[in-house]
Every structure is written in structure tokens, then in C-alpha cells.
Design a protein around this ligand. Structure first.
Ligand code: ARG
Length: 413
């Protein structure tokens, strides 16, 4: 009996060629696994294709809820944005896919796992670090990194071996999508000077063609995560789906930036992340309402580190759990409602309220209702200014000594 390899199978050309290529090169049996993370592909068709191309068996797993609860929700709590822009959507799904690959490999008695990533991206690193941290004894095969085929050669290989070549072969873009976002790379996007052509966008309308009336949404948070939309309680997957739809309709969530890949390359990345853009904006604003400025200032660094860790494939590093422990503690008080106005590609928080709000209107008001005694500020300013005033006095003294030395004065003149 041949040894088995479990392949993360998307149904695309690379992973289809990979089935055939690994069987030929290594004489192994290929078991394929496709996870439903909300990518909206035809999963039944993918299952059929896998068998047609030569897999011994195929598995499909719906992990949408697990993806949202265990990966997306922690990311909302951490305001997860890599380089303050990218909601790490692709990055978040990788450790989950790796987990399921390893589980299936164990169940099937497979000797290893395989993925379709190239040697230039982040995803190879994310998959492999995660797989190794779950089971370092498993072999990992990355055919697309090994086979050294150009695009043309790959297509020729597919044609020669009866592997169906996608009809949209002329489509130059490389796309990855899940509930948290859609990533588009390659083709015209490789020129960072040019605006992304309209056809790269699928989830979002161009802002110039969106409704002329703004739409308001109200999101309720409990423990740092969304639990209701417009007054209706909804499941995690449902809330994200609905917000992708609403945001997309108004052109919200288009991201175009230069991103620093883990392998040192700067790349031009385009994303559509309507729900992520709306939810992170709302969550941050609610945090500002309920957390102290000291907590906010420290959490800013924690959030940055968190996104970086996830982006760079270190989901399983103990640091992530440690950061999550801090974040989790702060989220106990992130409870309340945020109202947002969505219009022509923009999303703006226009209202917030929380039973745990630290906003005191009697302190903030300029009316006669104010309970803030302005005379407190005199003493406060004396003390607050002290180090800065002293340092400036020192500086003036040093300058006057320097200027009173005649030779040095001549030199500087
Ligand atoms: N640059 C993003 C990341 O590293 C997205 C990569 C997704 N791949 C793709 N073929 N579009 O997370």
C-alpha cells in the first residue's frame, strides 16, 4: 500500500496539478481536504474534481463558525490590522487549515501534508510553522515551490495529464477569500502606480455607483465581540456576512497598500474587507469609551504586536496566548452599542453608548451643570509642567554659557 499525503485542496490549477505531480514524483496516495471558511466556492464541484484528478479520497469540512469564533473574534478584540491597514484575513485562516490538515493526517495514518503555496509568499510560512508546531514528525510537501514550472509549463502539464484547466485562465489575478476578506494580487496590481482596474473588485461597489442615501447600522458588542446587528441578535457568521453585504453595497472596505511580506518583499496588495473595516472601527471606538487612557495606550502596542505575530505565521507562539490573556482581560468591559454611518465608501462612528462608559457628561460639559472645579487645574499645571519647565531652563543656561565664550563665538559666526 502506498503512503498517504493529505493535501489542502482549493480546486484551482496549482493544487490540481499538485495531486498528479506528487503521485508521479513520490508514488504517494493523495487525500484532499477543502475547508469551508466562507470562500463561496462550489464545494461539491471541488470534491468531484479532486477525485477526477486522482485523489484517493476527498474531505470537505464546514469550519465557518470555528473560524469566526476562534480566529476572527480574537482579531476583533485585538483590532487586528497588519501595518495598520490589512485585517489579516488570509493569515487568520492558515493556522486553522493547518490544524485540520494535521488532524486528518493522523486519522488517515498519512505520513505528511501538502499545500499549494509558492516560495515567495507568507502562506507557505504560516502553514508550515503551524503544521510543525502541531506535529514536527509529519513530512511537508510544497509542490509549487519544488516543481519549478512556469505558468505556461504548468498549463501544458495539466493538458498532457487530463487535468481540467480553468476557463478563466486569462484572468491574471490571484485571489484568496474567506468570511473576513478577499485578497487580490498579481496582474495589473503589480504596478503600484496604477489604480486597481475595476474588475478586481467583487464584493464592493465602486463608491461612485453606491446609493445616494447613507445607511446607518447599530452594532452591539459584548465581551469585545459583536452579538447583535440593528437590534437583532445574530450568530457570529451571520453578523459578518450581513456586514460584508451592507458595507460592500456602499463601497466600504477597499484597501490598497504596500505590504511588507515576511520574506522581505514589498508587495502591492488589494483587499475587500467590508465587515472587518466596519467592525474594527466600531470596536476601537467602543474601547475608547470604556477603557482608561492608560489601558488604551498600552493596548495599542499589544494590538500591533498581535497582528504582526499572526501575519508572520506565529499563531502558535506562546506570546500570542500571553497577549490574548491581556486583551481578554480588557474586553470584559467592552460592552455596549455603536452606531455607524455608511456612505460612499466611508464608514464613520456617529454614536456610542455603554453601561460601563467612562464618559461623564457632568465633567465634560461647558454648561452650568459642570461638576469640574476649574481651580483644580492651577496646581495640576504646576506639577505637570515641572519637568518640562526645568529642562528648558537648563537648556537656556547652557546656551548662555556657550555664547559668552568669545573664541567659540567667533568660530560659530
Ligand atoms: N498578502 C496577504 C497575506 O499574506 C494575502 C495573500 C493571499 N493570497 C492570494 N493569492 N491572494 O496575508
Amino acid at each position: 500500500m502506498s503512503q498517504k499525503i493529505v493535501l489542502a485542496y482549493s480546486g484551482g490549477l496549482d493544487t490540481s496539478v499538485a495531486i498528479h505531480w506528487m503521485r508521479e514524483k513520490y508514488g504517494v496516495d493523495i487525500v484532499t481536504l477543502t475547508l469551508d471558511v466562507g470562500q463561496a466556492d462550489d464545494l461539491a464541484q471541488i470534491a468531484t474534481k479532486s477525485k477526477d484528478v486522482g485523489a484517493v479520497s476527498h474531505h470537505t469540512l464546514d469550519v465557518k463558525r470555528e473560524f469566526v469564533e476562534d480566529y476572527v473574534f480574537p482579531s476583533i478584540k485585538a483590532n487586528g490590522l497588519y501595518e495598520w491597514k490589512y485585517p489579516v484575513s488570509t493569515a487568520l485562516a492558515r493556522p486553522l487549515i493547518a490544524r485540520k490538515l494535521v488532524d486528518l493526517a493522523h486519522k488517515e495514518g498519512a505520513v505528511g501534508v501538502a499545500h499549494g503555496c509558492t516560495g515567495k509568499g507568507n502562506d507557505q510560512v504560516r502553514f508550515e510553522v503551524a503544521v510543525k508546531s502541531y506535529d514536527p514528525a509529519l513530512k511537508i510537501i510544497a509542490p509549487a515551490r519544488e516543481w519549478n514550472l512556469s505558468r505556461e509549463e504548468e498549463i501544458q502539464y495539466a493538458e498532457e495529464h487530463g487535468i481540467p484547466v480553468p476557463v478563466d485562465l486569462g484572468n491574471p489575478y490571484s485571489v484568496d477569500q474567506n468570511l473576513w476578506g478577499r485578497s487580490i494580487e498579481c496582474g495589473a496590481l503589480e504596478n503600484p502606480e496604477t489604480e486597481p482596474p475595476p474588475e478586481v473588485y467583487e464584493w464592493t461597489s465602486p463608491p461612485e455607483k453606491t446609493p445616494d442615501k447613507p445607511e446607518y447600522v447599530k452594532i452591539e458588542f459584548d465581551n469585545g465581540v459583536p452579538v447583535a446587528l440593528n437590534g437583532k441578535r445574530a450568530g457570529p457568521v451571520e453578523i459578518i456576512r450581513d456586514l460584508n453585504f451592507i458595507g460592500g453595497k456602499h463601497g466600504v472596505g477597499r484597501i490598497d497598500h504596500i505590504e511588507d511580506r515576511l520574506v522581505g518583499i514589498k508587495s502591492r496588495e488589494v483587499y475587500e474587507c467590508p465587515a472587518a473595516t466596519i467592525l474594527i472601527e466600531a470596536h476601537r471606538e467602543l474601547e475608547k469609551t470604556v477603557l482608561t487612557r492608560h489601558e488604551l495606550s498600552f493596548k495599542h502596542y499589544v494590538d500591533k504586536e498581535w497582528a504582526q505575530l499572526v501575519y508572520t505565521g506565529l499563531w502558535n507562539d506562546p506570546l500570542r496566548e500571553a497577549l490574548d490573556a491581556f486583551i481578554e482581560k480588557t474586553q470584559e468591559r467592552v460592552v455596549g452599542q455603536v452606531r455607524l454611518k455608511i456612505f460612499k465608501g466611508t464608514v464613520q462612528v456617529v454614536g456610542r453608548n455603554s453601561p460601563l462608559s467612562l464618559y461623564e457628561s457632568n465633567l465634560a460639559t461647558y454648561t452650568s451643570a459642570s461638576t469640574f472645579d476649574q481651580s483644580w487645574s492651577n496646581g495640576f499645571i504646576e506639577i505637570w509642567a515641572m519637568p518640562t519647565v526645568l529642562a528648558n531652563a537648563q537648556k537656556r543656561l547652557a546656551q548662555s554659557k556657550f555664547l559668552s565664550r568669545p573664541q567659540e563665538k567667533a568660530q560659530t559666526a
